[in-house]
Design a protein around this ligand. Structure first.
Ligand SMILES: Cc1cc2nc3c(=O)[nH]c(=O)nc-3n(C[C@H](O)[C@H](O)[C@H](O)COP(=O)(O)O)c2cc1C
Length: 326
């Protein structure tokens, strides 16, 4: 290993590099999580809406690597036993996003797992601190998948300031649009202890992603995504109104974004059509979930190569930063 960065995150989690992989529903299975951990980061399995069988299978796929798991909070609140089942698999960390973490916080911490809470605004950060979060992920709107409307560049330092007075022992991780070493270095300078990457690792050979969806991200730039509720309406998912999903703009979004009421009225037809298109890897007629970092991604690579390059780039950027000083 030629390059390394040491932060509070690497020390607290006992990892070599300050990078966590996002627990991406459907896409972040055990193979990706294990590859990220093997490369020196911390890999999280995408527990998503809470399918116990899938989660167990993915922990098995991760083998003996230290991995964690993430859940969509409002969804697992409806089937809370899923979190207890996952804790029995000994995750290093549990990440909760999109809902008040209070109901699960004690259970997670009592099991000895690190509690990570992903937050999209300062209200969420207050809730997470109150619940006893060990790590807060400040997620900006550039992010792929679900999120809200604050941009990463101002959200991260604002949360850093908040934590420095209100809960200095809580670590901060930046997310949203982070796909290379420049953004990792910038995140550290903004006050984060590390980063969480989704889109960049979605575009890895270990992610559970249809090859045609992978072709789409390589051909896309950062202008090609949109925040929309249309995939949730088509799938009949009851997402709280404050969250939308960032996905590839395509024929599906052209047809239904802005005409959500019609989509909602047609889910009996459009729901199965959407599911079939997703399963077929049809990039035009279902949601292809990735973020604005698409414009920085030019090939599908093994997760380990991505992590190694991001660290080497960040070290180079941080070293060259001294050149600005007079
Ligand atoms: C395909 C995809 C699926 C995602 N699914 C989840 C999820 O199930 N739970 C969650 O907390 N975040 C999810 N996210 C959001 C990530 O946790 C993270 O905030 C985001 O990927 C960071 O921004 P980036 O995509 O620009 O790296 C997802 C992101 C992507 C790209």
């Amino acid at each position: 290993m030629t390059a390394a960065l040491s932060t509070r995150l690497t020390k607290q989690l006992g990892i070599a590099h300050p990078i966590i992989s996002a627990p991406m529903a459907l896409a972040a299975g055990g193979a990706l999580a294990a590859a990220v951990t093997r490369a020196g980061g911390l890999g999280l399995i995408g527990g998503g809406y809470g399918n116990s069988d899938w989660i167990r299978t993915q922990f098995e796929a991760a083998g003996a690597e230290r991995v964690g798991v993430g859940f969509i909070t409002w969804s697992v609140q409806r089937s809370p036993g899923v979190v207890a089942e996952a804790l029995a698999l000994n995750p290093v960390a549990v990440m909760l996003s999109f809902g008040d973490p209070a109901a699960f916080a004690d259970q997670i911490k009592d099991a000895g797992a690190t509690l990570i809470c992903q937050c999209q605004n300062l209200n969420h950060v207050e809730q997470a601190v109150r619940a006893g979060a060990d790590i807060i992920v400040a997620q900006g709107s550039e992010a792929g998948g679900h999120g809200a409307f604050r941009g990463t560049l101002s959200l991260v330092p604002e949360v850093a300031d908040f934590l420095s007075t209100r809960s200095p022992e809580t670590l901060l991780v930046a997310a949203g649009g982070i796909a290379d070493g420049r953004a990792l270095a910038a995140s550290l300078l903004l006050g984060a202890d590390g980063v969480l990457m989704g889109t960049r690792l979605w575009a890895s050979s270990e992610a559970v992603v249809h090859p045609r969806h992978h072709e789409t991200i390589v051909a896309s730039n950062g202008d090609d995504t949109i925040r929309t509720s249309t995939p949730d309406i088509a799938r009949g998912l009851d997402w709280p109104a404050e969250f939308t999903a960032r996905i590839r703009r395509n024929a599906f979004t052209e047809r239904w974004h802005g005409d959500e009421q019609s989509l909602a009225a047609n889910t009996a037809v459009e729901g199965p059509r959407y599911s079939a298109a997703f399963a077929d890897g049809d990039p035009d007629n279902a949601g292809v979930f990735f973020g604005e970092a698409a414009g920085l991604i030019h090939s599908i690579e093994p997760a380990g190569s991505i992590i190694e390059r991001v660290i080497a780039e960040a070290v180079a950027v941080l070293r060259s930063g001294a050149s600005y000083l007079r």
